[in-house]
Design a protein around this ligand. Structure first.
Ligand code: CAA
Ligand code: FAD
Length: 379
C-alpha cells in the first residue's frame, strides 16, 4: 500500500489547512461557547467542495477518493471538530448511501443539492431506546397506497436542527426483525415532522444535535431507498464508511492538540528553561507523535481499502477505536502540558479534550467497535 500522498491529495491538504486556519479558527471559541451552528462557514466549505467530496461530479460532488476525504477532515478537525462532524455526516452518512443505493431520480432530486452543499443532510438511526442496540427500532413506517406513514422519535441527530434532507430508518415489518427495517428520504417541513430542541452538549457544541418527532408523516413510496427490509443493512454499510470519517475527526483533534502543545512547550519557561527541555514533557510529546502517526496510518489504510473496493469493516472499526482513544489521551496530555492555561478556553486544548470524548461514543461506541472487530476476527 502506498501511503505517499499524490499532488492532488497534497493540494487538498493545503487547501483544507488554509481554510481551517484562516476561516474556522478566528471565532471557534465563540461558536463553542454560544453553541452557534456555523451556517455561513458550512456554505464556504461547500464552495470548496468539502460537502460531497466522494460523490461523482455528475451529481455535484468532487469525485474524489476516500483518502482525500480523510486528509481534508483531519485538517478541519485540527481546528474545529464541530465543523468536521457536520462535514462528515453530510459526506459519509448521507451522500454515500444515496449515491450507492439511490435511484437516478432520488440522486437528481436529493443527492445533487446535498453534494454541492445547497442542502444539508442528516442520518437518523438512533432512538431513545435504540443506540448501540440499533436493531430495536420503534419508529414505524406503515405502508398505505402510494406512501408510508411514519411514527416515532429519533434521538441525538447531528445536523438535525439545521438539515434540509434526512435519511430516516424505520420498521416496516416488526416480525422480520432487522430484515423488516427500511430507510426513507424525508424532507424538512413535511406535515407531521417536528424537530426537537438542541441538546446542550459537553463538546462539539457548534454542531447541532436534536431529536426528531414523526406523527403520521406521509412519505411517498418513491422515497424509500432500496427494497423494503434493506434499511438495517443500509445503515450498517453506511456506518462502516462513516467510522472512517469519525476516525479522521479524532485524528485531527489529536494532531491539532499536539501542534498546540509543541508550540506552547517551546514558549513556556519554568526553572529557567522552556518546558520542552524537561524530559517529562519531551516524552509526552514523543508518545503523542507516535500514537498520532499510528492512528493516521490506520485511517489511511481503512480509506485505501475502501477505495480499492476491498472489505473495510474491520479496519474502519479499528481506525475509529484507536484514533478516538488517541484523541482522548492526547488532548488530556495537551491540557497537562499547558498547565493552568490548558484549563481555560483561550488556549483551545480544553475544548479539544471535550470534543475528543464524543469520538468514543457516536457512530458506535468503543465497545461496539470491539464487537465488530472481534466478530470479524472470530468468524
Ligand atoms: N456491515 C455490514 N453489515 C453488518 C455490519 C457491518 N458492520 N454489522 C452487522 N451487519 C449485518 C449482519 O450481517 C446481519 O445481517 P444478516 O442478518 O442479513 O446476516 C445484521 O446486520 C445484524 O447483525 P448482527 O446480528 O451482528 O446484529 P446485532 O444486533 O448483534 O449487532 C451491531 C449489530 C454491530 C451492534 C449494530 O447494532 C451496531 O453497529 N450498533 C451501533 C450503532 C451505531 O453505530 N450507531 C451510530 C448512529 S449514527 C451516528 O452516531 C452519527 C454521528 O454521531 C455523527
Ligand atoms: P447505549 O447503547 O445505551 O450504551 C450505553 C453504554 O453501554 C455504552 O458504554 C455502550 O458502549 C455500552 N454497551 C451497550 N451495549 C453493549 C454491549 N453489547 N457490550 C458492551 N457494552 C455495551 N445517532 C444517529 O443515528 N445519528 C446521528 O447523527 C447521531 N449523532 C450523535 C451526536 C451526538 C453528539 C451523540 C451524543 C450521539 C449521536 N448519535 C447519533 C447517537 C449515537 O450513535 C449513540 O449515542 C451511540 O450509538 C450509543 O448509543 P446510546 O447512547 O443509546 O448508548
Amino acid at each position: 500500500m502506498d501511503f505517499d500522498l499524490n499532488e492532488e491529495q497534497l493540494a487538498i491538504k493545503e487547501a483544507a489547512s488554509d481554510f481551517a486556519q484562516t476561516v474556522l479558527l478566528p471565532k471557534v471559541i465563540e461558536r463553542d461557547i454560544q453553541c452557534e451552528f456555523p451556517k455561513e462557514l458550512v456554505a464556504q466549505m461547500a464552495e470548496m467542495g468539502f460537502m460531497g467530496m466522494m460523490v461523482p461530479q455528475e451529481y455535484g460532488g468532487g469525485g474524489m477518493d476516500t483518502l482525500s476525504y480523510v486528509i481534508a477532515l483531519e485538517e478541519i478537525a485540527k481546528v474545529d471538530a464541530s465543523a468536521a462532524v457536520i462535514m462528515s455526516v453530510n459526506n459519509s452518512l448521507v451522500c454515500w448511501g444515496l449515491e450507492k443505493y439511490g435511484t437516478k431520480s432520488q440522486k437528481e432530486k436529493y443527492l445533487k443539492p446535498l453534494a454541492s452543499g445547497k442542502c444539508l443532510g442528516a442520518f437518523a438511526l438512533s432512538e431513545p431506546e435504540a443506540g448501540s442496540d440499533a436493531t430495536s427500532q420503534s419508529t414505524t413506517a406503515v405502508e398505505k397506497e402510494d406512501h408510508y406513514l411514519i411514527n416515532g422519535t429519533k434521538n441525538w441527530i447531528t445536523n438535525g436542527y439545521s438539515a434540509d434532507i434526512y435519511l430516516v430508518i424505520a420498521q416496516t415489518n416488526k416480525k422480520k426483525e432487522h430484515h423488516g427495517i427500511s430507510v426513507f428520504i424525508v424532507e424538512r417541513g413535511w406535515a407531521g415532522f417536528e424537530v426537537g430542541k438542541k441538546e446542550d452538549k459537553m463538546g462539539i457544541r457548534a454542531s447541532d444535535t436534536c431529536s426528531l418527532m414523526f406523527t403520521d408523516m406521509k412519505v411517498p413510496k418513491e422515497n424509500r431507498i432500496g427494497e423494503e427490509g434493506f434499511g438495517f443493512k443500509f445503515a450498517m454499510e453506511t456506518l462502516n464508511g462513516g467510522r472512517i470519517g469519525i476516525a479522521a475527526q479524532a485524528l485531527g483533534i489529536a494532531a491539532g492538540a499536539m501542534e498546540l502543545s509543541v508550540k506552547y512547550a517551546k514558549e513556556r519557561k519554568t526553572f529557567g528553561k522552556p518546558i520542552s527541555e524537561h524530559q517529562a514533557i519531551q516524552f509526552k510529546l514523543a508518545d503523542m507523535d507516535t500514537e498520532i502517526e499510528a492512528a493516521r496510518l490506520l485511517c489511511y489504510k481503512a480509506a485505501l481499502k475502501k477505495d480499492k473496493n476491498e472489505s473495510y469493516v474491520r479496519l474502519s472499526a479499528i481506525a475509529k477505536l484507536y484514533s478516538s482513544k488517541v484523541a482522548m489521551k492526547t488532548t488530556n496530555e495537551a491540557v497537562q502540558i499547558h498547565g493552568g492555561y490548558g484549563y481555560v478556553r483561550e488556549y483551545h486544548v480544553e475544548r479539544m479534550m471535550r470534543d475528543a470524548k464524543i469520538t468514543e461514543i457516536y457512530e458506535g461506541t468503543s465497545e461496539i467497535q470491539k464487537i465488530v472487530i472481534s466478530r470479524k476476527l472470530l468468524s
